[in-house]
Write a protein that binds this ligand. Structure first.
Ligand SMILES: N[C@@H](CCC(=O)N[C@@H](CS)C(=O)NCC(=O)O)C(=O)O
Length: 303
């Protein structure tokens, strides 16, 4: 198999979600450092517009969004399973809650407290990622912090008496809650709240102790060269479906339905009930196949 490349930056919480899976599965992977704010000139030739972090690259295959990245890792490394089938629904529901509600309640307050760790234009970059109506409806920061603490109490209850979120083994639910709480520690006021919850602190240490899998570093230019030299495999997966609304061969525009709504345009190569892959061309990387989950993304007619 071609190298597993993760385009990320050190402070990125969502990247830590994937890295905890690399650790659990003891996967060898290459870390490519990307900028923390836009523009991302070594990432967008691969994605076609999508700017969020992380993005996984395997040869000329580009995987956007941690939901899809983790599903792909499960497929490619079945010998070290992450979430038992009986717990998958619960784990996915917890992950969706953590990635959105818990993350928003942690990111809101911490964005003002981590200024020493981030570039000067960080606040304006993140504000520009939000839809105007969301910015206009921003809630008081003390309220958001109180909601974060209520989330902590639920998590602490769940972790009191069990080593992991869904019992005695690490699952997707742990990876998703972990990345948010580990990031929240960068903000002193949230770190102080975390410190009041012993079961959470013990669990965070347990996951951090898992390490990062077999990590090496790669230059962004090498990752682009790998995509350029590789040829994507356009074979549809066994669970491909025919979708009259998203027919193979149609040009579409894809964007996240929450924040960071940069658009990727491409030609549909295949769809499944939960994912979709589009073919696109770029002068720097030639032809690539970009994979998206359906959950959380809008698909509109492209040109
Ligand atoms: N739904 C996405 C969310 C990813 C996300 O929000 N990532 C943050 C960084 S951890 C981001 O992209 N922020 C803006 C940026 O880095 O440019 C996923 O699961 O991958």
């Amino acid at each position: 198999m071609a190298d597993i490349i993760l385009h990320h930056y050190e402070m990125s919480p969502f990247s830590k979600k994937v890295i905890s899976i690399f650790a659990h599965k003891n996967i060898a992977w290459q870390a490519v450092d990307q900028p923390i704010t836009a523009p991302k000139p070594d990432l967008t030739p691969l994605t076609g517009g999508y700017r969020k972090i992380p993005v996984m690259q395997i040869g000329a295959h580009i995987y956007c969004d941690t939901k899809l990245i983790i599903r792909e890792l499960e497929k490619r490394f079945p010998e070290t399973p992450l979430t038992p089938p009986a717990l998958l629904g619960a784990a996915e529901l917890i992950a969706d809650w953590a990635d959105h509600r818990l993350f928003a309640n942690a990111a809101g307050p911490s964005i003002f407290e981590i200024s020493a760790l981030v570039p000067d234009d960080f606040l304006s970059d993140r504000a520009a990622m939000q839809r105007p109506e969301v910015m206009a409806a921003a809630l008081p920061i003390e309220h958001v912090k109180a909601q974060f603490v209520l989330g902590l109490q639920m998590i602490n209850r769940q972790l009191t008496g069990s080593a992991f979120m869904l019992g005695d083994r690490f699952t997707l639910a742990d990876a998703a809650v972990f990345h948010v709480l580990n990031f929240a520690r960068n903000a002193p006021s949230l770190a102080a709240e975390l410190a009041k919850h012993e079961a959470i602190e013990t669990w965070l240490a347990r996951i951090n102790d898992m390490g990062q899998g077999q990590r090496s570093d790669m230059a962004a230019s090498d990752a682009l060269a790998i995509a350029n030299d590789a040829t994507p495999d356009f074979t549809p997966p066994a669970d491909a479906i025919e979708d009259a609304a998203l027919p193979v061969g149609q040009m579409i525009a894809i964007r996240p339905d929450d924040y960071g709504q940069e658009v990727t345009q491409g030609e549909i190569v295949w769809t499944t009930a939960e994912a979709l892959a589009v073919k696109r061309r770029d002068a720097q990387v030639c032809e690539v196949l970009v994979h998206y989950p359906r959950l959380g993304y809008l698909f509109e007619a492209g040109d």
